[in-house]
Design a protein around this ligand. Structure first.
Ligand code: 6PG
Length: 240
């Protein structure tokens, strides 16, 4: 299935459209929980803010479960915490049971937590053998082509048979816990949110499959049965 690329004049318009599409997906799902895997970093901040400011009453939060595609191995009150930031900006404003929010615990032993979190997800989906299928996975794109916390040159981890692995950020040395492509690629919908000039070079190489594009982990995000949509602002789309 051909990936869809949507280009917006600015990050705010990108975030608004991604939020409205998220809302639509939750409405389309007629039964059961809607399970979403959130990404971290800065780009989702505008998405969370838009939902908080405009769509708080538009979602049936009681049917939505939040998980994370990656987490920095820091306490939840640390400024780097993906869960901490999502909670501060959005989740604490939602009328949602705490049992519907499933953070990765950044301050525990990374390898034990990667195992624990994989089990949490298997149990939630009541899937022991098959790979759980998220309704929606949000992803960002690093300027080096990383996705979640799957960094270039870590192919064994990218192709791991486990749902979550431990990685180390190549520049900061920070331990990360990350979903693998095995989990991400099973999703029904994958939304890449990419904003800013810094991402333009790598985005073009991935989207247009420029020679050597395979070295970028984000190029390995290929939905097995689902749909992938790129939400991109004009700055990041400079070379498209
Ligand atoms: C993280 C993210 C990571 C992020 C990209 C883009 O935990 O940092 O999951 O994959 O999406 O690094 O980050 P920005 O949105 O800050 O550019």
């Amino acid at each position: 299935m051909q990936n869809k690329v949507k280009i917006f004049k600015n990050p705010g318009e990108l975030a608004k459209d991604a939020a409205l599409n998220f809302k639509s997906l939750t409405k389309v799902k007629k039964s059961g929980n809607f399970n979403v895997l959130l990404s971290g970093g800065n780009t989702p901040v505008l998405l969370f803010e838009y939902i908080r400011e405009h769509l708080l009453k538009e979602f049936k939060w009681e049917h939505i479960h939040f998980f994370w595609g990656d987490e920095r191995c820091v306490p939840s009150d640390h400024p780097d915490s993906n869960y901490g930031n999502a909670n501060t900006i959005l989740l604490k404003y939602l009328d949602i049971p705490t049992s519907s929010i499933h953070p990765i615990i950044g301050e525990t032993h990374p390898y034990l937590e990667a195992d624990r979190y994989s089990k949490i997800i298997h149990d939630h989906f009541e899937e022991k053998e098959n790979v759980p299928v998220f309704d929606l996975v949000f992803l960002g794109l690093g300027a080096d082509g990383h996705v979640a916390s799957l960094f270039p040159g870590q192919d064994m981890i990218f192709h791991s048979n486990r749902l979550f692995e431990v990685t180390i950020h190549p520049e900061t040395g920070q331990n990360r816990i990350t979903a693998t492509s095995k989990l991400i690629n099973q999703a029904t919908n994958i939304y890449f949110l990419v904003a800013g000039e810094k991402k333009a070079f790598v985005l073009n190489r991935i989207i247009n499959k420029v020679k050597g594009f395979e070295k970028y982990p984000a190029s390995g995000i290929i939905p097995v049965n689902g749909k992938l949509t790129w939400f991109v602002d004009k700055a990041a789309a400079t070379y498209l």
